[in-house]
Write a protein that binds this ligand. Structure first.
Ligand code: CP
Length: 300
């Protein structure tokens, strides 16, 4: 891989190789130790706990030199663009830039520039894509079931604003899973019809192998939007009552941060069927696999 900007970039074979490698890192069957000095930089223009810190830990585990980047302390505060910032970091010798931005497709100008030689890893672009989250989600599903084909998976909630949902629906369709979407009609988009069926949660719940919840992304909604946490939870959320209708082998997932008692009942977040904490832990190994893949394209 030269860059990882979207799950559209990956074939099924490339994805499975990344999952295998991430699992090997997790199980101690593989290690990566940089044999020369390699600088990476993490440029986060939207807040993050999981993605930012797990990339940082992955980089440190791999013996990479992490140049932490703070937009407010950089010349971006004087108006320098993201393009010129990345051009500069690459000229200084940074080889991988992990970037999160609220601007969708920000990465296109970077990966198409003949003068930007560093690898670009998308840590999330607005409501666009979140490929490293998708990899850790798919790794978590694969650990549980050992395959994707025919699994019944529902993605529920704030679909329109979710880059996680977009990345996962693209890949799960390629992998042969049976996808369902649930949630408020105003947060559903007809473009998702090519990946799965829009249904009510109650109609599909007992058949599911995987129930993926999405965070209600208040920061991407209109300020004047009426929203009742209680009504949302009772109408669209995974309540304790609804969870009793899941198969005992079904798993509950959420990319987090979680709005407890909104998309999912507080008591279910750390329940037996929840894999939310496993997803977080798998983030480190998935990101190691991504970093290794983009670095293997370079001479190290
Ligand atoms: N899931 C996820 O992307 O979390 P952060 O926003 O904390 O990175």
């Amino acid at each position: 891989l030269s860059n990882l900007t979207s799950m559209e970039d990956l074939t099924v074979e490339e994805l499975m190789a990344l999952i295998k490698r991430a699992s090997d890192f997790k199980n101690g069957k593989a290690t990566f130790t940089a044999q020369r000095q390699i600088f990476t930089s993490n440029l986060f223009f939207e807040n993050s706990t999981r993605t930012h810190n797990s990339f940082h830990i992955a980089e440190r585990k791999m013996g990479l030199d992490v140049l932490e980047f703070n937009a407010h302390e950089s010349s971006m505060s004087k108006g320098e663009t993201l393009y010129d910032t990345v051009l500069t970091l690459c000229a200084l010798g940074v080889e991988v830039c992990v970037i999160r931005s609220s601007e969708e497709h920000y990465y296109e100008k970077l990966v198409n520039s003949p003068n930007i030689s560093c690898a670009i890893v998308n840590g999330g672009d607005g409501s666009g894509q979140h490929p490293s989250q998708s990899l850790l989600d798919l790794m978590t599903i694969y650990e549980e079931f050992g395959h994707f084909d025919g699994l019944k998976i529902a993605i529920s909630g704030d679909l329109t604003h979710s880059r996680v949902a977009r990345s996962n629906m693209v890949m799960l369709k390629k992998l042969g899973s049976e996808l369902y979407f649930t949630g408020p009609a105003e947060w559903y988009n007809a473009e998702f019809d090519k990946y799965g069926k829009y249904v009510t949660l109650d109609s599909i719940l007992p058949e599911l192998d995987v129930h993926m919840l999405l965070r209600v992304q208040h920061e991407r909604h209109r300020k004047d939007e009426n929203f009742s946490k209680e009504i949302y939870h009772n109408t669209y959320g995974l309540t304790e009552e609804r969870a009793k209708r899941l198969k005992s082998t079904a798993i509950i997932m959420h990319p987090a941060p979680v709005n407890r008692d909104v998309e999912i009942a507080d008591s279910l977040v750390e329940s037996r069927q929840s894999r939310i904490v496993t997803q977080m832990a798998n983030g480190v190994y998935s990101r190691m696999a991504i970093l290794e893949a983009v670095l293997s394209n370079r001479n190290f």
